[in-house]
Ligand binder design. Structure first.
Ligand code: WQD
Length: 340
């Protein structure tokens, strides 16, 4: 496998930092940029410690088309993995224009910069929130598309922009639809560090476990699921990162674009997540059932077969593995990247 020069947008984020390490471990040369809107510069030193080398980095915003183009040319980039974007469902409902500007207009700016720099490969961070939540799982890539919030709409729009641009030019693109990323690198040097109150289940559970919060609110226990609580497909962030390495390697083999789920194919309920976290942290994690959160689906988990057939990738780690790694990160970094 020849090595590639890969640029990561949003490289200091939760997903981006783990992908940087996975790419380096597979022999690729990694460069990246970020505007630190939702991440910490401290991540760069942590990644450098793990990889034993510092990556070429620039503080850039997706709107800086010309600056991105020269960064890509300077670093002789072969392909881009596009992670930079806003990702809170609730925030996207409150501030839709900001989400369309950053996630959609920002992606168009990036694609124009790639055109200027003659970079013809992109792997895009899409999401399972593009799927209509009122359908049964497992969800294949041909499941009904029906986002119910601006965040999900931005993701399907960028997928379509990439598909159309690839059909009209020499661009090749792979849209990866993430299910629910959890866990952390086993070194505990990098991990999920949400700004403010976590919207997602796992970081909230782990902040309760480490004593930063009082109890987990279970958003409803009357769903059509085995124990009544919501079921999701929790994929270890290191498996997710390996999926991106497989995708960037696959760009050379596709003609225009493809869309692939990254999930485990296993559904786990809220109660099962809490129980797995209690085993990992070796303590009780207080929790209480409250009313449903609007818009939540009963069940959502992937049919991951296309990833296995087309990328030769399959998740290797379990929910228990993710809880052990997530707990190690939380326990050793109770305040995330900010020093206490
Ligand atoms: C998981 C389950 C909740 C918090 C979201 C985004 C999606 C993706 C992943 C970016 C549900 C329940 C949650 C809590 C709870 N992000 N829950 N108490 O909603 O499946 O997906 O994150 O791509 O785009 O939509 O993940 O972690 O918010 O919820 O009971 O404090 O946990 O009801 O059943 P979700 P989540």
């Amino acid at each position: 496998m020849h090595t590639l020069n890969v640029a990561l947008t949003g490289v200091t984020g939760y997903i981006g930092s783990h992908i940087a390490i996975a790419l380096a471990e597979h022999g690729h040369w990694v460069v990246g940029f970020d505007n630190f809107a939702n991440s910490s510069p401290a991540v760069l030193d942590r990644v450098a410690t793990i990889c034993d080398t510092s990556m070429p980095f620039a503080e850039l915003d997706l709107a800086d088309t010309d600056a991105i183009a020269s960064f890509l040319v300077t670093n002789k980039v072969d392909a881009v993995i596009h992670l930079a974007g806003l990702k809170s469902v609730a925030e996207s409902v409150a501030e839709p224009l900001r989400y369309y500007e950053t996630n959609v207009a920002g992606s168009v700016s990036l694609l124009k910069a790639m055109e200027q720099a003659n970079v013809h490969g992109i792997v895009f961070s899409s999401s399972a929130t593009v799927y209509d939540p009122n359908q049964t799982s497992p969800l294949g890539e041909d499941a009904v598309i029906g986002p119910i919030n601006p965040y999900g709409h931005t993701k399907i729009m960028v997928e379509q922009i990439i598909n159309n641009a690839a059909a009209a030019s020499s661009l090749k693109g792979i849209n990866l639809r993430y299910f629910n990323p959890v866990g952390a690198h086993p070194s505990a040097l990098i991990g999920e560090d949400p700004v403010g109150t976590p919207n997602n289940l796992m970081p909230y559970v782990m902040q309760v476990a480490v004593g930063m919060r009082d109890e987990v609110s279970i958003y409803g226990d009357d769903y059509a699921t085995p124990d009544g609580t919501g079921v999701r497909d929790y994929i270890h962030v290191c498996d997710l990162a390996d999926g991106h390495v497989a995708a960037v390697n696959a760009l050379a083999k596709i003609s225009t674009s493809d869309t692939i789920n990254l999930g485990t194919g296993v559904g786990s309920s809220v109660r099962e997540v809490i129980a797995a976290a209690e085993r990992a942290a070796d303590r009780d994690i207080p929790h209480r059932v409250v009313k449903r959160r609007p818009g939540d689906a009963d069940m959502s988990y992937a049919d991951p077969s296309r990833a296995e057939h087309r990328l030769g990738w399959k998740a290797q780690r379990t929910l228990a593995d993710a809880c052990v790694d997530h707990w190690r990160w939380q326990d050793q970094n109770p305040h995330g990247y900010t020093t206490s």
